[in-house]
Design a protein around this ligand. Sequence first.
Ligand SMILES: C[S@@+](CC[C@H](N)C(=O)[O-])C[C@H]1O[C@@H](n2cnc3c(N)ncnc32)[C@H](O)[C@@H]1O
Length: 276
Amino acid sequence: MTTSSTEFKGYDQAQYWVAPARNFRSSARLHLQHFLVQNTLGYLLEPAVEKSLAGSQKLIVADLACGNGVWLTELHSRLAKNNTVAQLDGFDINPVNFPDPAFLPAGVTLKMIDILAESIPAELKGIYDVVHIRAFDSVIRNAEALKPVLTVASELLKPGGFLHAISTVLKGALRAQGIQKDWVDVLDTHLAAFGFRNTRLLVHEKRKQDFKGWTEDYLMVWEEVAALFPPKATSPDAPMTRETWIDLFAKGVKETEQGVVVHQGRIMTAIGQKPL
Ligand SMILES: C[S@@+](CC[C@H](N)C(=O)[O-])C[C@H]1O[C@@H](n2cnc3c(N)ncnc32)[C@H](O)[C@@H]1O
């Protein structure tokens, strides 16, 4: 089992993404996850959103917590096929997985921004036709913690622009730490309560033939999160020690070799429009 040499303080889920040892492994996993998500959804931009943007002179799209930028670079290919000119901006707290700018398509720019801590540069406010955010659920502890994310999205969007949020979370995970993911099932109502208009939630069942790929994707995360749990020697009373996790993980892997799969069954897309 691979464990990071990085010791994390406590159980802060956000720390997982800023640990230096994540790099190529995390990026490879995000590439795999991207294509599994695409197998499930069949779209990069939800078709009704894409249709209502068709004919725009120039599309301006932001991807919050963009990881390695794969969603943006694939969107670039899709838009280029339709001769749509686009400015595609990705923001992430950790630039280590960004491709070198030399390998990014023209129009795609990736910037290091902590979307929860930093104020958005004035020149980016109110300019985006679409703000996309995908697989950020793990960083949002509960419905209350959703508000800062919606605030940033709303600041970036122009009036009438679309928030396009995709959840891939395993809802049962991390309950012992007080982390609640029930908001994922009713994200459209949270968007409406925040002030977004025309909110809707689309539920997409995963394909059975992708279950093995999803299982591998989650096992890679679970293998790495061992470093989030304290060793027994320093925290014998911790609800989960690193040693217990490593033991459970090994048993879990064995079960997957006997046919058990790990996946969350479905992926949700939540859409909302910033009021005009
Ligand atoms: C599960 S990955 C998803 C990446 C990408 N959205 C995708 O679907 O391929 C979560 C991403 O959130 C980023 N992240 C975590 N906290 C962040 C923050 N406060 N501001 C910006 N990005 C953040 C991580 O660095 C990581 O790239």
